[in-house]
Design a protein around this ligand. Structure first.
Ligand SMILES: [Zn+2]
Length: 60
């Protein structure tokens, strides 16, 4: 299963690679600061077999 995900920062548009593992839970949420603009990004991911959904939004 793919664990590397490419997303765009919702603030500055920079491409960011994140790793998520289904072993850590079917539904995960975490806030990570963008490495470029340092704004907090909220990542929400849900693993459902082949149907993995990742949402990225501003945490502020
Ligand atoms: Zn950014």
């Amino acid at each position: 299963m793919e664990t590397d995900f490419s997303v765009q920062c919702p603030y500055c548009g920079e491409q960011i690679w994140m790793e998520f593992y289904p072993e850590d839970g079917q539904d995960q949420e975490m806030v990570v600061d963008c490495e470029v603009c340092c704004n907090p990004i909220l990542y929400s991911i849900s693993f459902r077999g082949d149907n993995t959904r990742l949402r990225v939004e501003r945490a502020q």
